[in-house]
Design a protein around this ligand. Structure first.
Ligand SMILES: *Cc1c(COP(=O)(O)O)cnc(C)c1O
Length: 400
């Protein structure tokens, strides 16, 4: 089928929830994608920070191929070796003692909210109020949407869960003032992804940890987007010197397959006793086998080192562009999640880049986001910068 044929069929039969690019992707390898008409793209989007090892990484493909031929699903009535192994790898490389597997980021947020409530229930003092951050994104299911401080995506879905208060990201006093006797947790992304690649001010996460300890609150880090090596450490919280009580993971966890997880300390995870939470597909053999291959590759194949090196190179290139274009205000990020803050909307730049075979996206209206695979090379970065420069020049002409 051609791009046009697939686009037409999608239009006819698939719900219109997405503002999709007018292209149908059919094949990928490393940082390259090909559409149905055979056009090649350089991928600085990674399926939204999912294919962190590049498309169809051989280790992930082989793990999936083997597992698919052996056992794909049995339900959590049974023990599953790859599930146990993925949990071990996460725990031995993080603060966590226990992992619960689900299938997506939003589900991991749901689980974190449920675990928080259950934890305080078990302590004999039920608490349901959670403080989350302005410009946050936590997913689209009802509770995750309630946690997400984005009024535009909440329109038409009232009533949401009432138990959330939103405060400015980075404002420790606002968090302090929002605490009530009913507050159980503080929920935040260590670096905000969808909100525009917003970094926490220096010392903020430490101050939040201290405040949570003072007030007996749980601290939940949503690492769905920035976990799994994206920031050149396996988990973004490692940059801050503090650990959360609960961490959510999804996007990059399965090396391209759908999987989510919440990771917690023993103290908190103890409240998830049999019958409290469940998922039919959660931690299934196929997804967890992919996850084992992905995390092992990330830890053993120099992926974090490459992320660090490529990050420095990409930052330098983007900073150089900033000198040439007055509408570029700031380059910010960590590892290979980098945002370019513009003073103009970024949509046309994204379109122009797409026409020239480069995939990037624009988030929060005017922040170009660069989230290439962590395997990206300096040669590929140079190629990207060349295409981006042309796209920026096109927009500059139009804005004259
Ligand atoms: C994408 C994202 C989610 C939601 O994940 P889904 O798999 O789309 O449900 C939650 N939190 C953060 C930080 C995200 O970036």
């Amino acid at each position: 089928m051609t791009n046009k044929e697939i686009l037409d069929k999608t239009g006819n039969y698939v719900a219109h929830t997405y503002g999709r690019f007018p292209v149908a992707m059919v094949e990928g390898k490393g940082a390259r994608l090909w559409d149905a008409d055979g056009k090649e793209y350089l991928d600085f989007l990674s399926g939204l920070a999912v294919t962190n090892l590049g498309h169809c990484h051989p280790a992930v493909v082989e793990a999936v191929r083997l597992q698919a031929g052996r056992l794909m699903h049995v339900s959590n009535f049974f023990h599953i070796e790859p599930q146990a192994e993925l949990a071990r790898l996460i725990c031995e490389n993080s603060f966590a003692d226990k992992v619960f597997f689900c299938n997506s980021g939003a589900e991991s947020i749901e689980a974190a909210i449920k675990l928080t409530r259950r934890y305080f229930h078990d302590k004999g003092r039920p608490k349901s109020h959670i403080i989350s951050m302005e410009r946050s994104f936590h997913g689209r299911t009802m509770a995750a949407l309630s946690a997400t401080a984005k009024p535009d995506i909440q329109v038409g879905f009232a009533p949401l869960l009432e138990s959330f208060t939103y405060v400015p990201f980075g404002d420790i006093n606002a968090i302090r003032q929002a605490i009530t006797p009913d507050t159980g947790a503080i929920l935040l992304e260590p670096i905000q992804g969808e909100g525009g690649v917003n970094l926490p001010p220096d010392g903020f996460l430490k101050a939040v940890r201290k405040l949570a300890d003072e007030k007996g609150l749980l601290l939940i880090f949503d690492e769905v987007q920035v976990g799994m090596g994206r920031t050149a450490k396996l988990f973004a919280y490692e940059h801050s010197g503090v650990e959360p009580d609960i961490m959510t993971l999804a996007k990059g966890l399965g090396g391209g397959l759908a999987i989510g997880a919440i990771c917690a300390t023993e103290k908190v995870a103890a409240s998830f006793v049999p019958g409290t939470h469940a998922s039919t597909f959660g931690g299934n053999p196929l997804a967890t086998a992919a996850g084992v291959a992905a995390i092992k590759t990330t830890l053993e194949d120099g992926i974090l080192e490459n992320c660090q090196k490529s990050s420095a190179y990409l930052f330098k290139g983007l900073e150089l562009l900033k000198e040439d274009f007055g509408f570029i205000e700031e380059i910010r990020g960590e590892g290979l999640i980098i945002g370019m803050q513009l003073s103009i909307p970024g949509g046309d730049i994204v379109k122009s880049a797409l026409d020239s075979g480069l995939l990037i996206n624009c988030t929060a209206g005017n922040v170009l986001r660069f989230i290439p695979p962590l395997t990206i090379t300096c040669v590929e970065i140079d190629e990207m910068l060349g295409i981006l420069k042309t796209a920026l020049e096109n927009v500059k002409k139009d804005n004259r």
